[in-house]
Design a protein around this ligand. Sequence first.
Ligand SMILES: [Fe+2]
Ligand SMILES: [Fe+2]
Length: 215
Amino acid sequence: MEISRYTRFDLDRGILEFDKALRTLAGEPVARRPSPAEAVPEDNLREEVRRHAAALMRVNHCGEVCAQALYQGQALASSSEDIKDALARAASEEADHLAWSAQRVRELGGRLSLLNPLWYAGSLALGYAAGRLGKRWNLGFLAETERQVEQHLQGHIDRLGGRDAKTRALIEGMQREEAGHRRTAEALGARNLPEPARRGMRLAARLMTTLSYWI
Ligand SMILES: [Fe+2]
Ligand SMILES: [Fe+2]
């Protein structure tokens, strides 16, 4: 009797988590809040600028797919309630980022990355592993991820070079919220990750961003 109750619980949870993955990868995400780009008029973009902006936004969308998986993995592995709360709050903002960036890719006439399921699986495993290391390392991993995302988004703002104000407004809006996630993790007691770990994360991110720009 006891065993079947636990099995049932695990099955329910498994289905719920699998559903989350499917919705991230295959669903049409719907944002809860309006996009920061909504009120910004569309520039008259040259074809190559439009294609470049679409590719940058495909990379950002891919990053948001990873964020969903990282948060999911970390929450699954964590037993601390305040971490779970912080993760759930940030994940709901990230869900809007996912929807906004998918929408912007489409507006620019681009398509989403074909490699998203691969990055999702890798990020889920990475998030779970970080979650198993305990509260302060888990938060440290989160803070470092958000810090690197902030820098990466700044790189995209620079690469747009003043063209495409609508995409820029969106990236700046997301960047502000990533900084908020980082500050939350720091306030909850994030540890500073050792430099080799930070370097490894930068390398993995570079691989992901380079491939998803094209594929
Ligand atoms: Fe995000
Ligand atoms: Fe974030």
